[in-house]
Structure formats: structure tokens, C-alpha cells
Design a protein around this ligand. Structure first.
Ligand code: ADP
Length: 324
């Protein structure tokens, strides 16, 4: 194995740079030439490939976003697109590919390996923490801290005016960000896609909170939650039933994707970047590197794509108990 290509793909996440740096440095350490592939699969198709060295990743460890750029690429979903990518891949003399991204990116990587026999390894980079085979994805911890910071600020204004706040956080079809940041900020209710909470029940709980002496309340809503068709309509429904409340909606949006990666994300990204290179060096591919119960663990890409992490019922209980 002489040359490894590395790319970031799909949704960006803080800590992706730390993973790129670790991959590049681990390659150099093991005397393999690292190559940057810019803009995900689109860049591979377009041949945007550049040799790197340990100094080319100086000072990116602490930067949010991804210096390699990320992209969504429709063409790679077609066999013809993947063939073009393969041709560029071979022309650059690459022997293996490391993809930092989410399950969409891993689906593409798996097809690339299946169709052309290219060894691939995935590194989970997404704020959503929705990837099977790792307890944490790169970017999740930073996003949680960003959400906690923002919601603490909303709490200040909510309690000053006895308001009811609906706050939408990211997470795609998963409720990890909402549940964990909700517990950390002490919100009154948490709505996640994994649990279907009827609006009537939500309204009852808000009334209960009022009777229990709470002047203001915050409801954390995961973007994938199905209680309303969107958070504004949900807030409208609740407003109809609870006209006495001054209801406000805040959608945190893309601030959750940005910012300097937290210490945990930098360490996770560094561990996984090194593990990905080691895996390829040892002849193991078609896997995702992750951390399970504190240890680096390899999961076949197929499983990482098909399966889903479950919400911990004990965490739901903690949220319930601590918000009375
Ligand atoms: P994420 O990796 O964050 O889940 P996406 O789902 O957008 O993000 O996937 C990133 C890229 O991976 C897509 O733009 C596409 O190029 C590639 N990809 C996703 N799904 C497939 C698929 N079924 N077949 C081939 N390539 C895919």
C-alpha cells in the first residue's frame, strides 16, 4: 500500500479536520503517501486529488468545518459516475480510500469497494450521532456543547418573561442531540422521533408544569420529530390549547454544525484517523472505525449502514425524573 486518499463527504462536522490531520500524519508515519481528495466524491470524479505531507495539515486541528471541503454528489450514485471516480483514483496511483462522513457516504464507499475492489475504510463524522458501530461520532460532542450554550441563553430570557419556548435542534432522524442536550439544559419536555408523544400529552405536561409552579417552560424538539409537520405548526397547535402562554419558537439551525471542535471530538477524531490507516495497513477494509465502550472497534460498513443506535431508555427516564 503506497498511497491512501482521504476525503470528507456529506454533512460537515466539527472535528473532521482533526480526523484528516490524523489520517495524513499516520500515513506519513507509516511511510504511505497521503492524498487529499477535495469536495468529496465530486472531487474524486473531477480528479481534484493532491499529495499531502505532515506539514500540509498544520494548524487545522482546532478549526471547525473541513479544509478538504465537503459536497453532495449525485453523479456518484450512478455506476457511470463511480467508474469515472475509479479512473481518476487509478490515475492518481491511489491504493485505498478513507471516507470521513455519514451513512450516505459509507453507502457510496461500500459500492466503490464492491464494484472495483478498492479497499475503503469509513470514519464516522456527523453531528447527529446516528451511526451504528460507534458510541460517538465526530462532531457530536461539539454540537451538544453549542446547543447547551445557546439553550442556556434562551432559558435566561424565557424565565424573565414567563414564556414557553419551542427549540428545534438538528439530528436528522435521530434524537440523540435533543435528548442529551435537553437533559443538560433541564428543558421541561423533549420530543424525539424515536418516541411518538401525542400533542395532547405534551399539552397536559405543560399544564402540569404550570401547576407545579413553573412560570416558563422549554420544549426541545428534534428536527426529525413527527408531532407536528414542523415546529411552527406544533407551536400553533399548542398555542390554541394554551392561549395564556406567550409562545416563541427558536430553530437553532446551522450554528450547530460550526465552531471549534471540543477536546473530546479532537481526541476521538485523532484516534479514529490513526485507526483507519492502521486498519488499511493491516489489510482490513470494508469497515468503519469507531469507539465502543471506550475501545477502538471495527464494524463492517454494511452493518454500520443498515443498523441504528437505540436511544437509552434510562436516559429518557432521567429526563422525565429531573424535569418535574
Ligand atoms: P452523509 O454521508 O452525511 O450521510 P449524504 O447522504 O448526502 O451524506 O451522502 C454523501 C454522498 O455520498 C452523496 O452526495 C453521494 O455522493 C454519496 N452517496 C450517498 N448515498 C449513496 C448511494 N446510495 N450510492 C452511491 N453513493 C451514495
Amino acid at each position: 500500500l503506497k498511497k491512501i486518499g482521504v476525503m470528507t463527504s456529506g454533512g460537515d462536522a466539527p472535528g473532521m479536520n482533526a480526523a484528516v490531520r490524523a489520517v495524513v500524519r499516520a500515513c506519513s508515519y507509516y511511510e504511505i503517501t497521503p492524498c487529499a481528495i477535495y469536495s468529496g466524491y465530486q472531487g474524486l470524479i473531477d480528479g481534484k486529488i493532491e499529495e499531502m505531507g505532515p506539514r500540509s495539515v498544520a494548524n487545522i486541528l482546532s478549526q471547525g468545518g473541513t479544509v478538504l471541503k465537503s459536497a453532495r454528489c449525485m453523479e456518484f450514485r450512478t455506476e457511470e459516475g463511480r467508474r469515472k471516480a475509479y479512473e481518476q483514483f487509478m490515475a492518481a496511483g491511489l491504493g485505498a480510500l478513507i471516507v470521513i462522513g455519514g451513512d450516505g457516504s459509507f453507502t457510496g464507499a461500500r459500492l466503490f469497494q464492491k464494484e472495483f475492489g478498492i479497499p475503503v475504510v469509513g470514519i464516522p463524522g456527523t453531528i447527529d450521532n446516528d451511526i451504528f458501530g460507534t458510541d460517538f461520532t465526530i462532531g457530536y460532542d461539539t454540537a451538544l456543547n453549542t446547543v447547551v450554550d445557546a439553550v442556556d441563553k434562551i432559558r435566561d430570557t424565557a424565565s424573565s418573561h414567563d414564556r414557553l419556548f419551542f427549540i428545534e435542534v438538528m439530528g436528522r432522524d435521530a434524537g440523540f442531540i435533543a435528548l442529551n442536550s435537553g437533559i443538560a439544559t433541564g428543558v421541561e419536555q423533549i420530543l424525539i422521533p424515536e418516541i411518538n408523544k401525542p400533542v395532547e400529552q405534551l399539552i397536559d405536561r405543560i399544564r402540569q408544569s404550570g401547576r407545579a409552579g413553573k412560570g416558563s417552560s422549554m420544549i426541545m424538539v428534534a428536527e426529525g420529530d413527527k408531532s407536528g409537520s414542523n415546529i411552527y405548526q406544533l407551536a400553533d397547535k399548542v398555542q390554541e390549547q394554551l392561549p395564556e402562554y406567550d409562545i416563541k419558537v427558536t430553530v437553532l439551525g446551522h450554528i450547530q454544525r460550526g465552531g471549534r471542535p471540543s477536546c473530546s471530538d479532537r481526541v476521538l477524531a485523532s484516534r479514529l484517523g490513526v485507526a483507519a490507516v492502521k486498519s488499511l495497513k493491516d489489510g482490513i477494509s470494508g469497515v468503519m472505525v469507531g469507539v465502543r465502550k471506550g475501545e477502538v472497534a471495527l464494524t463492517p460498513l454494511e452493518e454500520a449502514i443498515k443498523q441504528h443506535n437505540e436511544i437509552d431508555p434510562l436516559l429518557l427516564e432521567v429526563a422525565e425524573i429531573t424535569s418535574i
